[in-house]
Design a protein around this ligand. Structure first.
Ligand code: CA
Length: 236
């Protein structure tokens, strides 16, 4: 086995390295540990997904893996609602692969062969104090707050819109991924936990109700064959 069962290194920042090539995994792990990070290597997608139950500050992710691939790992990170940054490190350098990785939630993408200095610089940038808060603003430019107690969306002009529990869960998921396409399947698994047939139209019905309740500055568009995208109008 190419991976150690234990986390190596004494640093407080914990990095999961998902890489099936032992040479690359060892090289990346040593470079990160030399910088003071604690590392663990998962040699395939299934191990990586199992290890998501532990807290990680960053995941370095290869895409081509035995078993479930890097995209399955990105989906698992999203399904669990984790905000762990994922830096994809892949020999696949085509633009459409990069776009697909970013759409699936990757925070950064470095093509192989890579320079270790560039990898370390990107890791530092992701783990810098404030980087995490900046990445997913709790409050987008337009003031939108969620009053969980009353299950209301509060807009900065003072309007309050009451939502059902499911509507609120779908809205929060779309808001967290604002400007990105979120597939129907991902919403179904995040909010309904596969309690419904994937062919069911519960997601569409719920999004339809959200659209009727929420208007400017919030728009939820359907992206044919792909899913939904929430966009926020810029403040005038
Ligand atoms: Ca690989």
């Amino acid at each position: 086995m190419a991976w150690g069962g234990a986390i190596l290194g004494t640093g407080s920042m914990r990095i999961l390295i998902v890489e099936d090539e032992a040479l690359i995994a060892g090289f990346v792990a040593r470079a990160l540990r030399a910088e003071g990070y604690a590392t663990q290597v998962a040699a395939d997608g299934d191990q990586a997904i199992d290890l998501l139950e532990h807290p990680w500050d960053l995941i370095v992710l290869d895409l081509l893996l035995p078993g479930r691939d890097g995209f399955a790992v990105l989906d698992a990170v999203a399904e669990r609602g984790l905000d762990t940054p994922v830096l994809v490190l892949s020999a696949r350098s085509r633009v459409d692969t990069k776009v697909a990785a970013f759409d699936a939630g990757a925070s950064d993408y470095l093509a192989k062969p890579f320079s270790v200095d560039e990898l370390l610089a990107r890791v530092r940038a992701r783990l810098a104090p404030g980087a995490r808060a900046d990445r997913r603003p709790a409050r987008p430019q337009i003031g939108i707050e969620i009053d969980h107690g009353r299950r209301q969306v509060v807009l900065d002009d003072g309007r309050r819109v009451a939502l059902s529990q499911r509507e609120l869960a779908v809205f929060e998921y779309l808001l967290r991924s604002a400007e990105q396409i979120v597939s129907r399947e991902r919403l179904l698994s995040a909010v309904w936990q596969y309690g419904f047939d994937p062919r069911s139209n519960v997601v569409d019905v719920c999004v339809g109700r959200l659209r009727r309740k929420l208007d400017w500055p919030i728009a939820i568009e359907s992206v044919r064959g792909a899913g939904y995208r929430l966009t926020l109008a810029q403040a005038g």
